[in-house]
Design a protein around this ligand. Structure first.
Ligand SMILES: C[S@@+](CC[C@H](N)C(=O)[O-])C[C@H]1O[C@@H](n2cnc3c(N)ncnc32)[C@H](O)[C@@H]1O
Length: 278
């Protein structure tokens, strides 16, 4: 069992590098790491942390993050957001970017890919015949390399894709021979770029985004970390741009200029726009 001192050392490290707050979750941290510590031959958690801090390759740090992050996600999660995108956001972008046809959307905690792939399908469907004229490449990032490799592979079991509208399933997935596994089509894979990115780092975008999805990740961060992140997000949106967060998450709007469209949908104000109800 992890000692109190080892637990504090690991949680302090995670908090300072990744913003992830695991205070009070000693049993979870122990449960997720113990087998690994034993099977890799470390005498205790402290020895693992000594090696990790001295490890220039960064591989041990990757192992730690992979083991302690929760990558739970599913297709069409919080489907009201998809309806709102279709009804309000896509029509706004069509007008806003009508000269460039450059639609910029970032999915900042994309986990195993279900979220950005579903958004890619939604964009293709909503733009219809015009889709070919638009650059709708989605940037999808996550800190977990394990989640990112699964996302890039783009393979899901039949039951995982059941919630996707049938027409989309037929259009955007291919069943692998003799199996119950379905792979996202090349067209959809090509419209999502996956990259490793830590939300605690400075954002490297050259151009501001029209839409940012940052759902079900801020639950891991404490108040000050969230506030800093929200400020960076605000600055990375075009005026009129949208932020989607998880429906059970709260953001403290004080000090940010966001307009609340719905408790989980925020908009950077733009004098030209009128508020829209959800
Ligand atoms: C619960 S999943 C949410 C996935 C998806 N957005 C959804 O709503 O279904 C949270 C994801 O956040 C990622 N994450 C946690 N801390 C992060 C950080 N500091 N930077 C980037 N991603 C992080 C985890 O690796 C995990 O894949």
């Amino acid at each position: 069992m992890i000692s109190e001192q080892e637990f504090v050392r690991i949680t302090t490290y995670l908090k300072s590098k990744y913003g992830i707050n695991m205070t009070g979750k000693k049993v979870i941290v122990n449960g997720r790491l113990e087998n690994y510590i034993v099977s890799e031959g470390y005498k205790d958690f402290g020895e693992f942390m000594d090696k990790l801090e001295a490890d220039k390759s960064g591989n041990l740090e990757i192992d730690l993050v992979n083991m302690l992050t929760t990558n739970h996600t599913f297709f069409m999660r919080e489907s009201q957001h998809f309806d709102f995108m279709k009804r309000n956001v896509v029509p706004w972008i069509k007008e806003e970017a009508k000269d460039t046809h450059d639609l910029r959307l970032w999915c900042g905690a994309s986990s195993t890919g279900e979220e950005p792939y579903a958004i890619a399908m939604l964009l293709k469907e909503s733009l219809g015949l015009e889709a070919a004229k638009w650059d709708t490449t989605i940037l999808a990032t996550d800190i977990s390399e394990r989640a990112l490799s699964k996302a890039i592979e783009g393979r899901y079991d039949a039951e995982q894709i059941e919630v996707i509208p049938e027409a989309w399933r037929n259009r955007y997935f291919k069943q692998l021979p003799h199996s119950d596994v379905y792979e996202v089509t090349r067209e959809i894979k090509d419209s999502v770029i996956f990259r490793k990115f830590n939300l605690m780092d400075d954002f490297p975008f050259r151009k501001p985004m029209h839409v940012i999805f940052l759902r079900n990740v801020m639950i891991y961060f404490d108040g000050p970390t969230k506030r800093k992140l929200i400020e960076k997000i605000y600055d990375s949106l075009v005026p009129g741009g949208y932020l989607f967060v998880g429906r059970t998450e709260t953001i403290d709007r004080e000090g940010t200029g966001f307009e609340v469209i719905h408790p989980s949908i925020f908009r950077r104000p733009n004098e030209k726009n009128q508020s829209i109800g959800c």
